[in-house]
Design a protein around this ligand. Structure first.
Ligand code: PMP
Length: 995
């Protein structure tokens, strides 16, 4: 289509209205609108805005438009706002109040008052004022906010679909239908020749697509500037956009142009990339479906918008050098351009199509012959380098020559050709501690050769030789053969080529060859792409596997099924899980990745994204520890049975457990979990004392079985917990010296109050048979109990004949660094210790350690047996975990690296007011977030959102505590300083740029 004409120079430079003071505004409000109000100036790019405070009545906005805007245009804006308010209920829209004199309530009553100031005729209006903030600035936008802005754009477009008014049709520089003419006018103001050429080139390419699709693109009245600056939220915690402002760019334009403008405004926000922008497109499409033509035009329009933004920014800076706002904005505008053009249009468009339910185009191979001469199909073998590859077990994926080693192993097993897989997300290309996802999905195939192989032209074309190898161009495709030598051809001069027929010998590969097929005429694709973009590259890159496996037929398009779409897999998995798994078994994160591998303190998802695991205290010695794998494998081959048999493993393990605790603790029970251990510990206490009543500490979690649940009062785990305790459960305050009733030095009072409760129960004739507490407050966020707390309470409980039960399930076993057991920190020895989690490194294992006397009391309950508790395999797990903790110095590591971790978290607290406190010791740390350091108001929603963003940055951590406002940091105990630095850098980024 021919480009619409250029708006006149007048419209490129909007004339500004004269300076007006609040007193002027008050006068205008009174004289023109009959309003008595106090005015306060609000900023505006091109108009004059004043907030009018009317006392009892809701504040309104006095808006005096620039002299370039006609009354008809302003009336159209008022009418459009009214239309949106009517059609999109719940969406806050700044409706204009009718000019009182002109027929108050009629829907079409005029809203514009023409006034004269400093000799200029200006249109003035009074608008409803929308409270809240905008999404301006470069801070992060959460996925929910991004979806929200996409939906909002759709609602506005639906509301305005059949809207019309005389002032809607106007030449306007932001109308993307005019982009080429606008750019012709603006580009000369871009001083940097390279940037100017880039802008022109990107715009030309984008316009070529848009021009072809233009006849199919619906046109309607659009807001025209539905950007981060012009949407408002009312809830500062979620910042979900629920309103729009500034209809000053209302205009007729392509409906899909509205969305393109919205998407481009997201791209300069920290951590909001092209993939995130697609979320907004999907959300928009959910409400106002995009046709295929619109979906195809979307990204080219984003590029055009970016080009116009950058060029316009340069124009303003050139013509209005004092405009600091425009100068500052140039950085944002460039960032938008960079993001919009970082991958070829065809790639991004394929992703848009997939995100909006349209089938993306994929590139297929033509009819072809084999590439490798004289290799039989049975001589091929695939080298697996994906996330679950056996060749990469034991951390081998981190070794620099892991890929070559895997290929060598395949050749050593007798293959002539070992080929990697197209579309595989290679674990060998994944990187620990990175905030960005790796570029690890193979867009080509690499071959390792047992002997030199002759290369044949699979289709006719022109062969050229370059530094890296050969290229065959033909059939609209480029076959790239890196590592090939043009032995059978004369080495061609650069650029020159030799015509070859199908089947012609074109060269030779000695030991290796990399093969890739891509569309001719596009930019050369990379060999690897990030998983989120890999599906898009299928528009430009074809699977070359059939060439190397010798299939004599055209490859049928494999679609994106050929690619590892870990995200898609994860969603499918969650849907299946929700169908079959009890809903109360919750999962971490809103969109949980599919985790397929662990290694030390790292977790890996199906796309090969590597996460730092700061959460898994259960995995005490690290994921997939080779010693444990070997020991368990060995034991499984020998024997696994139950503890009523006589075998060495259980005896050895029980002896070692008993040796870890002070006298008089010497007797061990083996079970399968923390809940069982706590349950058994309490039953032992009851049996030993003959009492039913139990005293517990509030905000605790001790397990899910009837008895362990009875003493669990954490409202985060069970909101009704406190109200639903059995009458024999008594609780005392969580002795939290940070946010409890007694803080700081006053915290010593908790002990006295707990002792008083013991006395009260004794006086009432129900002295507790057991007192149970975590010995270091894990569930509350890694908080040390006040000094002397357990000594005082244990003494009182024992004085009245009760038993002291220590829950060491979370904090025991060396994690605290300084102490192996939490009770050591308190300088006490409990009567019964319940331990689990860390002792099995994830294998189901729990233990109760007590005295002979208390253990003997269980006789009154019958006899004790747990079928798998203390099985040979479990016992070997337990002993190996202890070996590793000792031999690898993991407790010392927890002390040393944990101490460093705490220091670094404290530094964060110096810079970020949200950090209320750093709790904990060793590798049980708590980073507490508060809205206010005085009131300690918990930042609950913020903490949840921070965890979601940290996941995006490759860090896995979760909230804990009754207010769910403490990051519980309890990584595998092999964590090193690099992991700490990665964690702190990610949290720092989130606290700096938002969540
Ligand atoms: N006690 C404490 C302190 C715990 O944190 C937990 C588990 N979160 C348990 C007991 C129960 O352990 P399990 O999940 O192994 O049953």
């Amino acid at each position: 289509m021919p480009t619409l004409p250029l708006p006149s120079e007048l419209e490129l430079v909007q004339p500004t209205p004269p300076e007006l003071s609040p007193a002027d505004a008050e006068r205008i409000a009174r004289d023109a609108f009959g309003l008595r109000a106090t005015a306060r100036a609000l900023g505006s790019h091109q108009d004059r805005n004043f907030l009018l405070d009317r006392g009892e009545e809701a504040p309104v906005l006095l808006k005096i438009a620039n002299p370039g805007t006609t009354s008809a245009e302003l009336e159209a804006q008022s009418a459009a706002a009214a239309r949106i308010a009517e059609r999109a209920p719940g969406l806050r829209t700044p409706r204009s109040l009718p000019v009182t004199a002109g027929g108050a309530d009629a829907a079409d009553a005029p809203t514009v008052r023409e006034i004269e100031e400093d000799g200029q005729r200006l249109g003035a209006r009074v608008l409803e004022f929308l409270d809240g903030g905008t999404l301006s600035g470069g801070g992060h936008l959460s996925p929910a906010v991004v979806r929200g802005i996409g939906e909002l754009a759709a609602r506005v477009d639906l509301a305005l679909a059949d809207f019309d008014a005389p002032g809607v049709e106007r030449p306007h520089q932001w109308d993307l239908r005019r982009a080429p003419a606008v750019l012709d006018a603006l580009l000369p103001y871009v001083g940097d020749a390279e940037l100017r050429a880039r802008l022109a080139g990107a715009a030309r390419e984008a316009w070529a697509v848009v021009e072809r699709l233009a006849p199919e693109l619906p046109v309607q009245a659009v807001h025209g500037d539905l950007t981060d600056d012009n949407v408002v939220w009312s809830d500062p915690r979620t910042r979900l956009p629920d309103g729009i402002i500034d209809l000053g760019d209302l205009n007729r334009g392509w409906t899909v142009g509205e969305l393109a403008i919205t998407l481009s405004s997201l791209l300069h926000h920290d951590g909001v990339d092209r993939r995130a922008a697609l979320r907004a497109a999907t959300a928009y499409h959910g409400l106002r479906p995009l046709s295929r033509a619109e979906a195809e035009a979307l990204w080219p329009l984003v590029v055009l918008r970016a080009a116009v933004l950058v060029a316009s920014g340069h124009h303003v800076v050139a013509t209005d050098p004092g405009n600091g706002y425009a100068a500052e904005n140039l950085g944002h505008e460039l960032a938008i351009l960079e993001a919009a053009t970082a991958v070829p249009l065809a790639v991004q468009t394929a992703l848009v199509l997939a995100a909006t339910g349209h089938e993306p185009e994929t590139l297929a191979l033509p009819a072809h012959g084999p590439l490798l001469g004289g290799v039989r199909p049975e001589e091929f073998v695939h080298v697996e380098l994906g996330t679950t590859s056996r060749a990469l077990h034991g951390g081998r994926w981190l070794e620099p020559d892991a890929e070559a080693a895997a290929s060598r192993a395949a050749l050593a097993a007798g293959a002539a050709v070992a080929a990697t897989r197209f579309g595989e997300a290679r674990l060998t290309r994944s990187t620990p501690f990175a905030q960005e996802a790796p570029a690890n999905v193979a867009l080509g195939v690499e071959l390792a050769l047992a002997h030199p192989v002759e290369l044949l032209a699979p289709w006719p074309g022109i062969v050229t030789a370059g530094d890296d190898g050969l290229e065959l161009r033909g059939d609209g495709l480029v076959l790239r053969l890196d590592g090939a030598e043009a032995s059978a051809l004369e080495r061609t001069a650069p650029g020159a080529g030799v015509h070859v027929a199908r089947g012609a010998a074109i060269g030779r590969a000695e030991t290796q060859l990399a093969v890739r097929v891509h569309r001719d005429g596009d930019a050369t694709p990379p060999w690897f792409a990030p998983a989120a973009e890999a599906a898009g590259w299928l528009a430009l890159v074809a699977d070359p596997s059939p060439l190397v496996t010798g299939a004599d037929h055209a490859s049928t398009s494999t679609g994106d099924a050929a690619l590892p779409a870990g995200t898609r897999d994860a969603r499918e998995l969650i849907a299946r899980r929700e169908a079959v798994f009890a809903e109360v078994q919750e999962y971490y994160f809103e969109e949980p990745p599919a985790i397929v591998r662990g290694w030390r303190e790292l977790l890996v998802d199906a796309d090969g994204r590597v996460y730092l695991d700061a959460l898994n205290n259960v995995t005490s010695i690290g994921h997939a520890h080779p010693r444990l794998v070997e020991a368990v494998t060995e034991q499984w081959q020998l024997l696994n049975t139950n503890s009523r048999f006589n075998y060495p493993a259980v005896v050895e393990y029980a002896e070692r457990l008993a040796s870890l605790v002070p006298d008089p603790l010497d007797t061990v029970f083996l079970v399968n979990s923390g809940s069982e251990a706590v349950d058994l510990a309490l039953r032992l206490a009851r049996a030993a004392t003959g009492r039913r009543d139990i005293l517990a500490v509030r905000e605790a979690y001790h397990g899910w079985t009837d008895l362990s649940d009875a003493v669990s009062t954490s409202v985060a785990d069970n909101p009704g917990a406190l109200a639903s305790r059995p009458d024999w459960v008594h609780t005392v305050d969580a002795p939290n010296p940070f946010r409890g009733r007694h803080r700081g030095a006053e915290a010593s009072r908790y002990a006295g109050e707990a002792v008083a409760e013991v006395e009260r129960l004794a006086d009432a004739g129900t002295p507790p048979g057991a007192f149970i507490a975590e010995t270091y407050y894990g569930n509350a966020g890694g908080i040390a109990l006040p000094d002397g707390y357990l000594a005082a309470v244990y003494e009182a409980v024992r004085r009245h004949g009760g038993v002291a039960v220590a829950d060491e399930v979370q904090v025991g076993y060396g994690r605290l660094g300084e102490w192996f057991w939490g009770f050591e920190q308190q300088g006490v020895v409990p009567d019964v210790v319940a331990v689990a989690k860390a002792i099995g490194n994830g294998h189901p294992l729990g233990a109760v350690i007590t005295t002979k006397e208390i253990a003997a009391a269980y006789r009154s309950q019958g006899y004790f047996f747990s079928s798998a508790g203390g099985s040979p395999v479990s016992s070997v797990v337990g002993s190996t975990v202890l070996d590793v903790i000792r031999e690898e110095g993991l407790q010392e590591n927890a002390r040393e690296v944990g101490g460093y971790f705490r220091e670094r978290l404290a530094e964060l607290g110096e810079r970020h007011p949200l950090v209320g406190a750093v709790h904990g010791s060793g590798f049980y740390l708590g980073l507490e977030f508060v809205r206010d350091r005085e009131s300690f108001e918990p930042a609950t929603e913020e903490t949840a959102a921070i965890c979601e963003r940290l996941l995006e940055l490759g860090v896995i951590v979760q909230p804990t505590g009754d207010h769910q406002n403490v990051l519980k940091i309890k990584p595998p105990m092999c964590l090193g300083r690099a992991g700490v630095d990665a964690f702190v850098a990610a949290v720092d980024r989130v606290l700096t740029t938002g969540w």
